[in-house]
Design a protein around this ligand. Structure first.
Ligand SMILES: [Mg+2]
Length: 233
């Protein structure tokens, strides 16, 4: 679409640039091997983890649980649920976060698309996940030198979709909301956050995926990051 004059492109990290499932798969395998192998199967551990993890993040979103306590609390509840001693929760929590941070797998085409965009626009990252997980992953992506801002909810003590996290990103990068395009996969955190901050939004999601009920049409909808370039030029 011609005539767009964005100067700053703000990206979500997980499932927009990086494959979070690849990191999680590695962490689940590692921690099952170290802590759960003798008690439960990998399948049961994985299912239990996801169930507990969903509850944990709901509590974070509602403000009941603070992000710095996520790793420990998730580990404690998982151990307790399967009847293992919770005294290992600290170690399990730390190991899980460390293992997540060890894997930074780009989504197909994302690396070239991101580098192409970053060569022509200022870029930044905004993510809701944990500090201990995201810093090592961004280091291994090798993109830190090009980032005008890198906002992690745990560090900022606020999270998407709250406008506060987006405002921090804009202030640090030195751009206004009108200069900016937010690119992300999540309707409830990325799109809602862009709406709250009056930033245009580009939704990255396969076309087969229906838009969440009650949301307006996003400014752009692409099925893969490699379409972003044609939108911007
Ligand atoms: Mg995401």
């Amino acid at each position: 679409m011609a005539g767009m004059s964005y100067k700053f492109i703000l990206f979500d990290l997980d499932d927009t640039l990086l494959d979070f499932k690849a990191s999680e798969f590695h962490a689940l395998n590692t921690c099952w091997e170290l802590f759960f192998k003798d008690a439960i199967s990998l399948e049961v551990y994985t299912r239990t983890f996801h169930q507990i993890n969903r509850g944990i993040w709901r509590e974070v979103e509602s403000g009941k649980l603070k992000p710095p306590h996520v790793s420990y609390e998730r580990a404690r509840r998982t151990l307790k649920h399967v009847g293992l001693p919770v005294r290992n929760a600290e170690e399990l929590g730390a190991r899980f976060a460390f293992s997540l941070g060890q894997v930074a797998q780009w989504l197909p085409d994302a690396k070239d698309s991101f580098r192409n965009i970053a060569s022509r626009y200022d870029v930044g990252l905004i993510t809701n996940r944990l500090t201990a997980v995201q810093h090592p992953r961004v280091d291994s992506m090798g993109i830190r030198p090009v980032l005008k801002t890198f906002q992690i909810s745990e560090e900022a003590a606020t999270m998407k979709p709250k406008a506060r996290l987006f405002e921090r990103a804009l202030v640090e990068a030195g751009y206004s909301n009108q200069d900016t395009l937010m690119v992300g996969d999540s309707v409830t955190s990325d799109f809602q956050g862009a709406i709250n901050s009056k930033i245009d939004f580009c939704w990255v999601k396969p076309n087969t995926h229906p838009l969440t009920f009650g949301f307006p049409k996003p400014k752009f909808h692409i099925s893969s990051l490699n379409e972003l370039d044609s939108i911007l030029s």
